[in-house]
Design a protein around this ligand. Structure first.
Ligand code: ATP
Length: 151
């Protein structure tokens, strides 16, 4: 049997298609930890957490955020269905920083009535993942922006 030498990667959310590319390697944020997928991988379905999805094409590695969902892995194909996903260059840093601040404030005051702890932790996870992905994937400018925020 011929094994495929590439992977058709598709990342979709209820709103849109976020990624559709032919790649040589994919890293998925599975619940149990990061899962590396090469062409010819055995079929599986896995649940995804909140984390970074990376994919390599030749020498270029791209990064995206994934917020909960499922991935189906087939020998020549990876399909990701996520609640939300953004490619690194699409991430709005100011928005992610504001979301991180809101979540941190809620978590700093856990006894405040009305604080939904799990919800605040989940929001913080999304914001931190977005900041991490933006810093990596957006290149030097984004990384510098993240380390030296405008006053
Ligand atoms: P916020 O509090 O800023 O709305 P959130 O974590 O609550 O952030 P989500 O519910 O995870 O946002 O996502 C809602 C939609 O907004 C999704 O389509 C997601 O891709 C998009 N989104 C959220 N944050 C950002 C961001 N910082 N940059 C780009 N798109 C974002």
């Amino acid at each position: 049997m011929m094994l495929p030498d590439s992977i058709e990667l598709e990342v979709v959310t209820p709103e849109r298609q976020v990624v559709k590319e032919t790649v040589s390697e994919v890293q998925l944020p599975a619940l149990a930890g990061y899962l590396g997928v090469l062409p010819g991988h055995a079929p599986l379905v896995t649940e995804l957490g909140v984390g970074e999805l990376s994919y390599r094409k030749g020498k270029d590695t791209s990064h995206a955020t994934v917020v909960r969902g499922f991935a189906e892995v087939l020998p020549g194909r990876v399909i990701v269905l996520a609640e939300a996903a953004e490619r690194a260059e699409e991430i709005d840093l100011d928005r992610a920083r504001a979301a991180r601040e809101r979540a941190e404030k809620r978590l700093a005051n856990p006894n405040a009535s009305g604080t939904d702890w799990d919800r605040a932790v989940f929001a913080l996870q999304r914001a931190l993942t977005r900041l991490q992905v933006a810093a990596k994937g957006g290149g030097v400018a984004a990384a510098q922006q993240e380390h030296h925020p405008a006053p």
